[in-house]
Write a protein that binds this ligand. Structure first.
Ligand code: NAD
Length: 500
């Protein structure tokens, strides 16, 4: 529960904050004294009426700080806030005795807001990704920033913890809080503890089940491709993060990941599923000339290099002596099976356009154990007008153990998500929504009990970001866009993990 009299700042009150943060803050918000909402000036009228209509409890306690489009642009190009915005936030912070912030803007301003908050010793819960530099497909500098942006905040956090060791900085990585993934990790750690074998091989697949037809690929900014990145910095972050965490926590040493990436870009994708074929299935006539224009645009004719639709990663982990102790693949798909059957999107909304998520994971602990996870959303859930059953999210874990070598073990066991909730005395809603809620509560509990998070502290995202940086580096190496300069030495520089 929130402590009495908590005041917080919500920076960025868009789709995700509305779906995830506001309901939780309302639920447990009896003690919420005030909430300062920071957003773009043009969005604030809509946000005010949304709060009044749907979150009255919060509306009564809300104050607002508006950001101009010019300031938003400035902060997207810098690691610090423009002075005017910093002053406005400082004023709101003093007036409302703010000690914590939730950063939920588009990723291009995460860095500047986190920098502002850290320097004032404010506790932070921030959305993934850490940053999303423009032109990742083509620019060596942009790719370098995936790592350097992360490292900048990491060093600043460690420095600030010198004066305030319990300063909380968490990243919203809900799978780390998911009851199913926690059970998987528990089984894997048990084998590691009892027999000294961590994950030796893995295969993970995460599909968003979106169908983003070509004109939307060109025009849509929201979770778009037109800034030069795609799936990797959208939900790809979560898929990499959960795999990396399970592998790393199963081993006794910190491992260094090596990555080879194969990316499929929109121009490639049209070779597999042509413009007119797509729109034909979606019931919209598209002329040959229009199709050709879309193809040329997505192939980069106007100079925009669109980001990845999917990424297929081969990942190997080396121990401190350089030996590969674990290796596998991670497939990141935006384009697995979808439930979309209409040409015109309902707003720019990920969730109302037939998106159905599908995941599978395979983790082998040598010859002793294999765990297979199958997590699928939306058997019945056809979105838009046919909004379906929220509980149609399956999460099944099959555990195979070597019962001949490990006496007393079951050779096979199936764990259902309902059973796992029951075992922990929890009430199941939608497991992924529950996980986000647990992430928020962890943030509040950490602050309340004066400790940093053992689940999603900022510093525990280092290896995830190394993989992201190396993934974009690998993709860029294969492209014809730049003479490649080595920067992986920068990624390899060890970061401090506690105050010097
Ligand atoms: N954890 C998850 O599963 C999950 C799911 C969806 C989105 N996200 C992340 O949440 C973040 C927000 O995503 P979203 O879907 O809500 O996007 P959104 O575009 O709907 O919302 C972003 C909000 O931030 C505001 N904003 C943008 N720039 C700003 C700035 N400089 N200063 C103040 N406000 C600004 C926008 O006006 C908007 O209201 C992103 O980082 C995204 O990756 C995470």
């Amino acid at each position: 529960m929130l402590a009495q009299g908590v005041s917080l700042m919500l920076i960025g009150c868009g789709r995700h904050a509305t779906r995830t943060y506001l309901p939780v803050l309302c639920d447990v918000g009896i003690g919420l004294r005030s909430i300062v909402v920071v957003d773009l000036a043009e969005q604030l009228p809509e946000i005010r009426s949304l709060l009044a209509d749907r979150f009255g409890h919060l509306a009564a306690r809300a104050a607002y700080v508006s950001v101009t489009g010019r300031d938003a642009r400035l902060m997207s190009e810098s690691s610090v806030l423009p002075p005017g915005i910093a002053e406005a936030l400082d004023e709101a912070r003093r007036q409302h005795s703010i000690d914590r912030v939730l950063i939920c803007t588009a990723p291009d301003s995460h860095l500047a807001y986190a920098d502002w908050a850290l320097r004032r010793y404010l506790h932070i819960l921030m959305e993934k990704p850490i940053s999303a530099p423009m032109h990742l497909r083509t620019s060596v500098q942009a790719v370098g920033r995936v790592w350097s942006d992360y490292a900048y905040l990491h060093r600043l956090l460690i420095a600030q913890r010198r004066a305030q060791p319990d300063l909380v900085f968490n990243i919203m990585a809900q799978r780390r809080y998911h009851v199913g993934f926690q059970a998987v990790l528990g089984h894997i750690q048990q084998i590691a503890d009892d027999h000294g074998v961590g994950v030796t091989a893995f295969q993970s697949l995460h599909s968003d089940g979106q169908w983003r037809p070509p004109f939307e690929m060109i025009a849509q900014d929201y979770h778009g491709y037109n800034s030069g990145h795609g799936k990797g910095l959208h939900s790809g972050y979560h898929a990499i993060d959960v795999t990396d965490r399970i592998v790393q926590l199963s081993q006794s040493h910190r491992l260094e990941p090596e990555v080879h990436a194969n990316f499929v870009y929109p121009g490639d994708y049209l070779a597999a599923f042509a413009v007119r074929d797509q729109y034909g299935m979606l019931g919209q006539e598209v002329s040959e000339a229009e199709a050709e224009r879309a193809e040329e645009e997505l192939a980069g004719a106007q100079g925009v290099r669109y980001g990845e639709v999917s990424g297929h990663l081969s990942v190997a982990y080396r121990d401190p002596r350089g030996r590969k102790t674990s290796a596998g693949t991670v497939a990141l798909l935006h384009d697995g099976v979808s439930q979309r059957g209409w040409a015109h999107a309902h707003k720019e909304d990920l969730y109302q356009n037939g998106r159905v998520r599908q995941e599978s994971h395979y983790y082998a602990s040598g010859p002793l154990q294999v765990i297979q996870v199958s997590a699928n959303e939306g058997r019945e859930r056809r979105q838009g007008n046919m909004r379906g059953d929220e509980n149609s999210y399956d999460f099944v874990i099959d555990v195979y153990r070597n019962a001949a070598a490990m006496k007393g073990e079951l050779p096979y066991q199936r764990l259902g998500i309902g059973e796992l909730y029951r075992d922990r005395g929890l009430v199941m809603g939608d497991p992924m929504k529950d996980a986000r809620r647990y992430a928020l509560l962890d943030f509040f509990n950490c602050i309340g009990s004066g400790r940093t998070s053992s689940t999603s502290d900022y510093t525990s995202h280092e290896s995830t970001v190394r993989i992201l940086a190396k993934m974009y580096e690998s993709a860029l190496r294969q492209s014809d866009h730049s003479q490649y300069h080595r920067f992986d030495t920068a990624v390899a520089v060890p970061l401090p993990h506690s105050a010097p």
